[in-house]
Design a protein around this ligand. Structure first.
Ligand code: FES
Length: 159
């Protein structure tokens, strides 16, 4: 895949840049756009973004590697995040993580061979009131149960 935004995406980048007095401030939303388009932030993608924003590759790399929401390696089509921090741990978050891990046959930070799922154990995602919770891509699921997870994953495998 060529590492290049379309005309409309470049217009969006310009619109984002116009929101801020400093180009550095546009980096995070443009990195997010790049991840959405290219799937993850390879060195080539980060260099492309650096060029768009007239920033150094080192700066872009520093930001991309600081935030866990930016993927530094290819991820599955469905990125599963399971919170095992205090509230979720008390709500059996660790058991839920183990269940998903066994169900998918992968460990933390791994991707299934078919590329459908990647699994990540995460810290608090700010949804403690709905513990235990998981996230699938950008959707949060709260008060999850093993049965709910099994149903959801069966649906995801069919889609
Ligand atoms: S502890 Fe799990 S969302 Fe806060």
């Amino acid at each position: 895949m060529d590492i290049v935004f379309s005309e409309s995406e470049l217009e969006k980048v310009e619109e984002i840049k116009s929101r801020y007095p400093e180009l550095q401030a546009a980096l995070m939303p443009v990195l997010w756009m790049a991840q959405k388009k290219f799937g993850w932030l390879s060195k080539e993608v980060m260099m492309y973004v650096a060029g768009l924003l007239d920033l150094s590759y080192a700066h872009v790399y520093g930001v991309a590697t600081f935030y866990t929401m930016y993927f530094k390696k290819p991820m599955g089509k469905n990125h599963i995040q399971v919170c095992t921090n205090v509230s979720c741990m008390l709500g059996e978050g660790e058991m839920i993580f183990r269940h998903i891990s066994e169900k998918l046959g992968i460990n933390n930070n791994e991707t299934t061979p078919d590329g459908l799922f990647s699994l990540e154990e995460v810290e608090c995602m700010g949804a403690c009131g709905g513990a235990p919770m998981i996230a699938i891509n950008e959707d949060y699921y709260e008060n999850v149960s093993i049965m709910m997870i099994d149903d959801k994953f069966d649906l995801l495998k069919q889609s």
